[in-house]
Design a protein around this ligand. Structure first.
Ligand SMILES: C[S@@+](CC[C@H](N)C(=O)[O-])C[C@H]1O[C@@H](n2cnc3c(N)ncnc32)[C@H](O)[C@@H]1O
Length: 211
């Protein structure tokens, strides 16, 4: 997938996102953000913030920046931010693979259902590692290729269809870890049978140097 086509897909999806996929993921987004343990005054970067379903879960004492490629998705997020007066959230349009932030700018990074949407997942993780301070939490919520051989076969088979609607179903967490050296603290699923997983990591700048 390329960013130009992804942008078009999500501009269209923005019209239905909150009635479809967005409905399924809100609970797990809230749970994942609770694992960041955001302290007063801390900064959070929400990469691929989409329609802003994460915004209600950020404490007002945090300073949150949400970035997204799609103007359509951002339009929906801006409506929510205005209606609910999320004054602690700033939204802007940009490409997460080349973000205009200085190194070590953020205390927490949230990457929710975006890793398997961008053209270069490992580049996205490296950008997150760069803009996060040393020791920051980087929380990734996503679908990863199943370790069950039969399920993995189905997911690989479904991949061309998934790509048409804006994500890939064949991204393996083990590959991502090998390419980026991210240090996983723990990972969990909300239910025992669940296709989405939350991966909680701590940013180590040495990982960035090795990757
Ligand atoms: C499946 S949606 C997830 C939205 C939200 N994070 C959530 O969990 O509901 C994927 C989002 O990633 C955004 N996105 C895809 N590629 C991106 C990129 N290179 N830079 C910034 N945002 C991107 C899309 O526009 C879309 O809003």
């Amino acid at each position: 997938m390329q960013e130009a086509s992804t942008k078009k897909i999500y501009d269209v999806q923005s019209l239905i996102y909150d009635y479809t996929f967005g409905r399924l993921v809100t609970k797990r987004i809230g749970r994942a953000i609770s694992h960041m343990k955001i302290q007063p005054g801390e900064t959070v970067l929400d990469i691929g913030v989409g329609t802003g379903n994460s915004m209600p879960f950020y404490p007002p004492h945090a300073k949150v920046i949400g970035v997204d490629l799609s103007s359509g998705m951002l339009r929906e997020a801006r409506k929510k931010a205005e209606d609910c007066r999320y004054d602690h959230v700033t939204l802007f349009q940009g490409n997460a693979l080349e973000m205009p932030f200085e190194d070590s700018s953020f205390d927490h990074i949230f990457i929710s259902h975006v890793i398997s949407v961008v053209s270069q997942p490992e580049m996205l993780v490296r950008e997150a590692q760069r803009v996060a301070r040393h020791g920051a939490r980087i929380v990734i919520l996503n679908h990863f290729l199943s370790t069950n051989r039969f399920m993995a076969m189905l997911e690989k088979w479904a991949n061309p269809i998934c790509q048409k609607i804006g994500w890939r179903s064949d991204l393996a967490l083990a590959d991502l870890v090998a390419k980026t050296q991210i240090e996983i603290d723990y990972r969990y699923k909300l239910r025992s049978i669940d296709i989405w997983e939350t991966v909680v990591t701590t940013n180590t700048k040495s990982a960035l140097a090795m990757a």
